[in-house]
Each structure stands twice: as structure tokens, then as C-alpha cells.
Design a protein around this ligand. Structure first.
Ligand SMILES: Nc1nc2c(c(=O)[nH]1)N[C@H]1C(S)=C(S)[C@@H](COP(=O)(O)OP(=O)(O)OC[C@H]3O[C@@H](n4cnc5c(=O)[nH]c(N)nc54)[C@H](O)[C@@H]3O)O[C@H]1N2
Ligand SMILES: Nc1nc2c(c(=O)[nH]1)N[C@H]1C(S)=C(S)[C@@H](COP(=O)(O)OP(=O)(O)OC[C@H]3O[C@@H](n4cnc5c(=O)[nH]c(N)nc54)[C@H](O)[C@@H]3O)O[C@H]1N2
Ligand SMILES: [Mo]
Length: 713
């Protein structure tokens, strides 16, 4: 328990969060204090005053999954304010249902690598297929497929185009054509490709007629009839930095052969990230290959292991979460806004919503001090609630900024069932080690609190870990049977360790049945077709947004002349870990430079600033500053710098807003602005910075030191 919070009462010295000692109490006391605080808040302010959106990756396993646990718990005590959509690709999640259908369904049933290998000729990627990202999967990975799939595609003679500011987003052995576009300009490029197709008569009119609506309303924008600006290759060249003739050649090449367009999830995590996905769908519609083997559009090969996987997914059961009686929600990345602006209204996907007044924040299995943008603003917002309660297993930046830290276990310390909704494997996850004395499973922590609150029976239903696992397994077996898949009984699975059903006989192709019969198998959009023009979006109140895909200049990008911050920073997923997890491990620490996160820079940008490899620099902008270690890289477009995310936030003055992060957490630099009023997603990839040599004595990295802990006993 944070010292002032425990000794002086809830809401005491909130500005000391992140800077104070903790007092150790026993589990019984902790459970009672948490139960009392939740009772106080729910009875004085209602359940809406608890924010338990608790976004984050937690750990794999159908039972111990922290999010499922805490949502079930809060539903048992009357509900909570929740969050919707992800940090990964919120803009895609919101735009897709308007124009093509449910994004997650397309991710699960997207065109497989097999289909590309058998039938494709060209794969044009916006954001590459970075192998660094494709090794993980929500819910777990059975086997790694991305490297082999790319290899097989190359051996099958398939050509790749890597449109990205970073050449390394595509493996060198693929010999991809590299088009080093400026970050955040993909929509302009896609529009120019569409323009070339149209002006040269290369678009597929029959496809547009039969499978889409609204092309005629998009056209005046594309040709410039509407605003006097044709969205042609010359126009896009000035925006993106890609030669106009190369854009035209690419459009012709795409029209000539079976072409797959892959749009990286990173395109959605930027200003107006919705438009890039809409433009890609529009472009793919004009090529007319959606629903054909090896062609069309795909949403981010390589973003996770499962995109493009060829397997039979098992309809697994999970821990039931119950029903949340509270309707209030926020788009997940609006957390600081919510805490700072209770009662204020904002637009989200055509609705006007109001921020609730939050008194308690409860988190298990995610790390907002990793994932949220503009950490200095978050720090300010973080002072608002009366209480912040966290389950985690290590003293990371989230735990250090909490009032109450309840130590949880990790998967190696418990038994579970591994089954990803997007991976075929069913895995018996056996406990490998005994947890340290004071650590408890999230389930046991919440069971203890539920007992103090008088809801233990509804939370546990009288089951322990083993009984829940048997129950979940039984449900899974039944669901599989209903889907015509026979899986072994639980005892056999435990003996075998894992099970994988036979893969489908034919490679999966996205929207194949829609193409075969659009009346019988309509898309899940208002018209049942692809909406190049959406009447619904057109009716939304925001004048910045139109009924069709369009280029909207980002707030921060390289097109801003004479900026004080001339470098575009990409804060990308880290190669050596999953987000912030195990940043204190050797694997992550081994690649740091002088203990700091690395910043990749073009050698000319480094030379301009008198910098050399391994120099420690200060990376800064109007929002904050952090230290980083320089690594020059010719594979980066000039004026673009790249820093992996995940280094634990480590302020020089703990608790102080605006303090230098000594360790190199990019999120002290990124803007906390919604992508647009459509999705209100995170826009971390739209960020300008400046870099200078750090002079003076290097402050010691203290990210991995534990706070002062006072033991009362
Ligand atoms: N600048 C920038 N920021 C980004 C991104 C970016 O591209 N750029 N990417 C964004 C994206 S896509 C995402 S998904 C987010 C990821 O953000 P998060 O998912 O919040 O990041 P993780 O570090 O994976 O956080 C998981 C936390 O759960 C804890 N944990 C693990 N297992 C358990 C468990 O069993 N029980 C409990 N109680 N805790 C557990 C870990 O210790 C860790 O603190 O980051 C986002 N932030
Ligand atoms: N090792 C590892 N793998 C991971 C994760 C991790 O933490 N570690 N996180 C996982 C999660 S939660 C997610 S959501 C996915 C995210 O997957 P992605 O969104 O694909 O991840 P990023 O690394 O942000 O971006 C991929 C590449 O896009 C390029 N890029 C950035 N901005 C632009 C742009 O404007 N235009 C173009 N054309 N390219 C651009 C960058 O060079 C970057 O290397 O990764 C997953 N995979
Ligand atoms: Mo993500």
C-alpha cells in the first residue's frame, strides 16, 4: 500500500504516486482494504465510477487470463466503466464495419499464405511484413509460420514491394522493391495508385458495379473535380517523397497480375488511421481481386503470427465474464481524457458520448505506463482518482504508480488451457514452478476480495482452479463437437501435451463466398456490399470526415516545413520482447546502448548533429524528453528515427510531470490525440522530435530498482 494512501486515507498526496514508499500488509488486510474501498466508491458514486477497462496483453491461458478474471469479478459486484477496441488497430476496428465488415472476422478468415503461394504474383505491403512482430499471438502461438511462409512465397516466384520508411520491415532475402515513403502518407499513395488505375482505364468496372457502392461519389474527389486537386501520382509524390513515375508503374503492375495488398496495423496507429484502411479497400476494389485466391486485401501480414495462417480454428470456451450492468465505456486510448475531463462530451463513431467521473482505477494484466501516449499527460490524469489498484507480478512502472499493488503469479506458476481464438493449437499448460510465498493467482486474489464483499459464491461458483479447467475443457469439447471437430478428452490432452486439428483442405480466401454470391453471402455492412462511399459516415457531424476515403494532413509529419522538431519518430514494437514485458530480462537489456533504449537514425541525420554510434542523446519535443543510445542505420529513410517501445518509464524525478525519462520510453514523446472522431484510437506513430547529444553526467537508470518497502511486522 502506498504510504500516504494507507496512513492518511484515500486520495492522499496523489501527486506522490510513483515517488513514495510502500507499506507491506498481509493478504487478509489487503483484501479487506480493497473490498472497503470498492464498497465506498460503488455506494457513494455508483459502479460507473470504477474504471476497470484494464487493457493489456496479460498472459496466455483460457482460465487465468487477467482481463477475463477482473471483468467477471466486477460484473459480480454490479459492473464498471469499460473500454472498447484496442491499441493495436482501433481505427481499423471502427472503419471496417462501415465499409467492409468485421475486422476480426477478416483477420480470422483472411487470405492465407497458402493461397498467395499457390495463386499470387505480387504482394504490395504498406508497412512491410516485419518478422520481428510476427512471432507472437494473442492467446499463444502453436508454431511459427511467418518466416517459412515468406520463404515459400519467394521460392514460388512471388514479388514483394515494401512501402515503408524502414527497409528492414521486409526480410532482405526477399529482394523486395523498397519504396521509402514518408510516414503517415500511405493514404495519399493509395489514392494516387487509384488515380492511375482510373485515368488509364485499368480499374475493374464489373467488380465495382457488382460488389461495391458509391464509386461514383468517390470519383469527383479522386479526379479533383470536387476540390480542384487531382489525387494523381504527381500530387502524391510531393506528399510521400516517392517518384511519380514509380507510383504509376506500380499501379500498372498491380493491375496486370494477381496482387495482394497488405496494410500494416501501424497505419491505423496514426492521425486519421481510418483513412488508410478505407483507401486500401477502395484501391483493392478498383483492382477487382477481392475474393480471388492470392489477391485482394489483407490486414497486416506479419502483425501477429496468426495473420495468414492456414489452420482449423477451435471454437474454445473461456472463463465466462457475466454481464456488465453499466453501459458506460470509453474508446480505450481516451483514458487520460476521461480522467481529466469528467462530464465533458466528445464524438466517437457518430455518437456523442460523455466521460464518466472515475474514482477508482483497477488494472490487472496491462500496463498503461507502457501503452499510453504522452505519459506526462497520463501522469497528470493519474493524480485524479481516489484510488489506483493494480495486480502485477513485477515492480514495473505501473506498479510503482499504484496505491495498492497485489502481487500476481505468471503462467509458469499455474495450470491452464492454452487455446488462441486465431491459432489452431490446444495446449495443456502445466505449472512448472511453485509461486513465491506472497504471490497469488489473479483468481485467488479476486476470490479473496469477493468473499469480503459477500459475492464469493457468484464469483467462484464454488470451483477451484482444477474444477474451472475441467469445466472450460468440457465446454470447449462440446463447442468443437457442435462444429464437427473431435478433440481428445482432457486426460488424453494432458498426456499428449497438445492437440491440433487437421488443417482445411483448401486455402482460405477472404470474402470468397461474397464474391461467388453477393446476395446469398452479403458483407456485414449497411448495403451488404463494399462501401466506397458510406452514407452513414457521410452523415456524421465532423466536417473533417467525408463519406469516402480521403487524405487528411496529419498533425505531425515530415510535410511540416521549418518545424522545431524535424525528425519523424516511429515508436515501433520491440524485437526483443512483448511490449514492456520482461524488459528487466537479459534478452531485452542486451540490446540497449549504455543501458538506454536505442534510437535508429540515418547516418546523415546523426552526422548533422555530430552524433556517433553509442552516443547517448536527448530525444525531445513539446511534450517531453527521454534519453536513448544512437545506432545509425542506412535502411531508414532520412529524417525518420525509430525507437522500439517497452523500456520502462524511468523519470529523473519520480512523480514529477515533464521529468526526463532516463531510460528511453518513447511514450513521453508521442501525442495523446485520437486518430479522429471516428475511432478515437491511439495515434502514436504521428510524432515529430528533435535529437541532441546528451551533455553532462549520465543519470543512472533506476527503472528496475524496486521502491522502498516498509515491512510493518
Ligand atoms: N508509442 C507506442 N505505444 C504503443 C504502441 C506503439 O506502437 N507505439 N503499441 C500499442 C499496442 S499495439 C499495444 S497492444 C499496447 C500494449 O500494451 P500492454 O498490453 O499494456 O503492454 P504489456 O507490457 O504487454 O503489459 C502487460 C502487463 O501485464 C502484466 N502481466 C502479465 N501476465 C500477467 C498475469 O497473469 N496477471 C497480471 N495481473 N498481470 C500480468 C505484465 O507484467 C505487464 O505489466 O501498447 C501500445 N502502445
Ligand atoms: N516482438 C514483438 N512482436 C509484436 C509485439 C511486440 O511487442 N513485440 N506487439 C504485437 C502487437 S500488440 C501488435 S498490435 C502488432 C503491431 O504490429 P505493427 O503495427 O505491424 O507494428 P509496428 O512495429 O508498430 O509497425 C510495423 C512497421 O510499420 C512501419 N511503419 C510505421 N509507420 C508507418 C507508416 O506511416 N507507413 C508505413 N508504410 N509504414 C509505417 C514501421 O517501420 C514498423 O517497423 O505487433 C505484435 N508483435
Ligand atoms: Mo497491439
Amino acid at each position: 500500500m502506498r504510504k500516504s494512501w494507507l496512513e492518511n486515507g484515500v486520495g492522499s498526496n496523489n501527486d506522490k504516486r510513483g515517488a513514495e514508499a510502500f507499506i507491506e500488509v498481509d493478504w487478509d488486510t489487503a483484501e479487506q482494504i480493497v473490498a472497503d474501498e470498492l464498497k465506498r466508491v460503488t455506494s457513494d458514486f455508483g459502479n460507473e465510477a470504477i474504471y476497470a477497462g484494464s487493457y493489456g496483453w496479460a498472459s496466455a491461458g483460457r482460465f487465468h487470463h487477467a482481463q477475463s478474471q477482473i471483468h467477471r469479478f466486477f460484473n459480480c459486484i454490479g459492473g464498471y466503466t469499460r473500454s472498447v477496441n484496442t491499441y493495436s488497430l482501433a481505427a481499423g476496428e471502427v472503419i471496417l464495419p462501415h465499409v467492409m465488415g468485421d475486422l476480426f472476422e477478416f483477420l480470422a478468415k483472411g487470405t492465407s499464405w497458402q493461397s498467395i503461394i499457390e495463386s499470387g504474383k505480387l504482394v504490395v505491403t504498406f508497412g512491410g511484413v516485419p518478422l520481428k512482430n510476427g512471432q507472437i499471438n494473442n492467446g499463444g502461438v502453436g508454431n511459427h509460420i511467418q518466416r517459412d511462409s515468406l520463404q515459400a512465397a519467394q521460392e514460388a516466384g512471388i514479388e514483394f514491394v515494401n512501402i515503408s520508411p524502414y527497409k528492414d520491415d521486409m526480410n532482405a532475402n526477399l529482394n523486395a522493391q523498397w519504396l521509402a515513403a514518408r510516414p503517415n502518407t500511405d493514404t495519399a499513395l493509395m489514392l494516387a495508385l487509384a488515380h492511375t488505375l482510373y485515368s488509364e482505364g485499368l480499374h475493374d468496372e464489373a467488380f465495382l458495379d457488382r460488389y461495391t457502392v458509391g464509386f461514383g461519389k468517390f470519383l469527383p474527389y479522386l479526379t479533383g473535380q470536387k476540390d480542384g486537386i487531382p489525387k494523381d501520382a504527381n500530387w502524391a509524390s510531393a506528399i510521400s517523397g516517392i517518384d511519380a513515375e514509380i507510383i504509376r508503374q506500380l499501379a500498372r503492375k498491380m493491375a496486370k497480375q494477381r496482387t495482394m495488398i497488405s496494410v500494416s496495423w501501424s497505419l491505423t496507429r496514426q492521425d486519421n488511421g481510418e483513412q488508410a484502411y478505407w483507401a486500401a479497400i477502395t484501391l483493392a476494389s478498383m483492382l477487382g481481386q477481392i475474393g480471388l485466391a492470392g489477391g485482394g486485401v489483407a490486414f497486416g501480414y506479419g502483425a501477429t503470427n496468426s495473420v495468414g495462417i492456414h489452420n482449423t480454428k477451435l471454437p474454445g470456451a473461456a472463463l465466462p465474464q457475466g454481464k456488465n450492468p453499466v453501459d458506460t465505456f470509453i474508446p480505450v486510448a481516451r483514458i487520460s481524457d476521461m480522467l481529466l475531463k469528467p462530464g465533458e462530451s466528445y464524438l466517437f463513431n457518430g455518437q456523442e458520448l460523455t466521460y464518466p467521473d472515475i474514482k477508482t482505477v483497477y488494472w490487472a494484466g496491462g500496463n498503461p505506463f507502457h501503452h499510453h501516449q504522452d505519459l506526462n499527460r497520463l501522469l497528470k490524469a493519474w493524480r485524479k482518482p481516489d484510488s489506483i489498484i493494480v495486480h502485477d507480478w513485477c515492480w514495473n512502472s505501473l506498479a510503482k504508480h499504484a496505491d495498492i499493488v497485489l502481487p500476481s503469479t505468471v503462467p509458469l506458476e499455474r495450470n491452464d488451457i492454452g487455446l488462441s481464438p486465431r491459432d489452431a493449437y490446444l495446449i495443456d499448460m502445466q505449472q512448472a514452478v511453485i509461486p513465491p510465498d506472497d504471490a497469488r493467482h489473479d483468481y485467488d486474489i479476486l476470490s479473496g476480495i469477493s468473499e469480503k464483499m459477500g459475492v464469493k459464491d457468484s464469483f467462484t461458483e464454488g470451483r477451484d482452479e482444477q474444477q474451472w479447467l475441467s469445466w472450460i475443457y468440457q465446454q470447449t469439447q462440446q463447442r468443437c463437437l457442435n462444429a464437427g471437430i473431435e478433440i481428445p478428452d482432457y486426460k488424453t490432452l494432458k498426456k499428449q501435451g497438445w492437440f491440433r486439428p487437421d488443417p482445411p483442405t483448401k486455402p482460405v480466401v477472404l470474402a470468397e463466398s461474397f464474391r461467388e454470391n453477393p446476395k446469398q453471402y452479403p458483407l456485414n455492412t449497411p448495403s451488404g456490399k463494399i462501401e466506397i462511399f458510406s452514407e452513414k459516415i457521410d452523415s456524421f457531424a465532423d466536417p473533417k470526415i467525408s463519406g469516402h476515403a480521403k487524405w487528411i494532413e496529419p498533425n505531425e509529419w515530415l510535410g511540416i516545413v521549418n518545424s522545431k522538431y524535424p525528425l519523424h519518430l516511429l515508436g515501433t514494437q520491440p524485437k526483443t520482447k512483448l511490449h514492456s514485458q520482461l524488459d528487466h530480462g537479459n534478452q531485452s537489456r542486451a540490446v540497449k546502448i549504455n543501458e538506454r533504449e536505442m534510437i535508429l537514425m540515418h547516418p546523415e541525420n546523426a552526422a548533422e548533429r555530430g552524433l556517433q554510434n553509442d552516443d547517448v542523446v536527448r530525444v525531445f519535443n513539446q511534450r517531453g524528453a527521454c534519453l536513448a543510445g544512437v545506432k545509425t542505420d542506412l535502411n531508414l529513410l532520412k529524417n525518420v528515427v525509430q525507437m522500439p517501445t517497452g523500456s520502462w518509464y524511468d523519470p529523473k524525478v519520480p512523480g514529477e510531470i515533464g521529468s526526463l525519462c532516463k531510460h528511453g520510453n518513447v511514450n513521453v514523446l508521442t501525442p495523446d490525440l485520437g486518430t479522429s472522431t471516428l475511432a478515437q484510437g491511439p495515434a502514436a506513430h504521428s510524432c515529430l522530435v528533435e535529437v541532441e547529444k546528451f551533455e553532462g553526467k549520465l543519470p543512472k537508470v533506476t527503472a528496475f530498482e524496486i521502491p522502498e518497502i516498509i515491512n510493518q511486522s
